[in-house]
Design a protein. Structure first.
Length: 267
């Protein structure tokens, strides 16, 4: 397929994802992703237990790429501050936002397979169960950049998005990264907002990690401190009874302080 043909296919796929309900959509080539910061950094990090981790035979940071997978569609769904329930973990199993993303990708996958005969791989959320690093993938898909809060920051919605991905067997080029620096000159309210100061201390050095693109842009991100807050959130799970529901469900409401503090994307 010609470069023009691939570009046209990428445009059609991302346009269809938006039509099906995604807020943002882009394509990242797997060759690019294999050299992206998280994919190269994760194997060098000390292994530690984090809330949400699952047991796996994969090594820390290892990705189970489909053998014939060549490119990834990354979609984002806007998560406004006034709709926190989109990221509440219902019975500790799923979130409403993630379910929306899955439904969108199911429709995209069916359409792509029918329209182009391309096989889609449905990618799970957790790395250790076959997922991919979504923030880095979103950067190469052209959706945004990694900010000082160690989150993906999109021009349209700031960091207030939820992400999901699907891999295709077609070799499509990356649509990013984009030339965008939302943190330049910012007084970093995200770092002041963290209840456990997880963004306040430099933890990773370029020499140790063999790269200059570090978590948070300067190595200031403590996974352990962030995990402490997640453990507190888990302990403080609440019973919520939805309208018309006979029995309440247990919801875990994880902290979004750094996310909601960010100026980008706010009116």
């Amino acid at each position: 397929m010609t470069a023009a043909g691939k570009a046209g296919m990428s445009e059609a796929i991302t346009r269809k994802a938006l039509e099906f309900g995604a807020s943002l959509a882009g394509i990242a080539n797997i060759r690019d992703l294999k050299g992206a910061p998280s994919f190269t950094l994760a194997p060098r990090l000390p292994k530690g237990e984090s809330v949400g981790n699952r047991e796996s035979d994969l090594k820390p940071g290892e990705v189970a790429w489909p053998k014939d997978g060549m490119s990834a569609l990354v979609i984002a769904y806007e998560h406004p501050e006034d709709k926190p329930e989109l990221d509440w973990w219902q019975n500790r199993k799923a979130t409403a936002g993630n379910n929306i993303l899955i439904k969108i990708l199911n429709r995209v996958g069916d359409w792509v397979e029918g329209e182009y005969g391309i096989k889609p791989y449905h990618i799970v959320y957790h790395i250790e169960k076959g997922g991919i690093f979504l923030k880095d993938s979103a950067v190469f898909a052209g959706l945004g950049v990694i900010g000082k809060n160690n989150l993906l920051i999109t021009p349209q919605f700031g960091p207030r998005v939820r992400l999901r991905s699907m891999i295709f067997t077609e070799d499509l080029p990356s649509m990013g990264p984009i030339d965008y620096d939302p943190c330049k000159g910012c007084d970093m309210p995200c770092r002041r907002a963290c209840p456990n100061n997880s963004l306040g201390t430099k933890v990773y050095s370029a020499k140790e990690m063999k790269q200059t693109v570090l978590p948070g842009g300067d190595g200031c991100y403590s996974r352990d401190a962030c995990n402490l807050q997640m453990e507190k959130d888990l302990e403080n799970a609440e019973e919520v009874r939805a309208e018309g529901q006979a029995e309440p469900d247990i919801y875990v409401k994880y902290c979004r302080a750094c996310e909601t503090a960010c100026y980008v994307g706010k009116q």
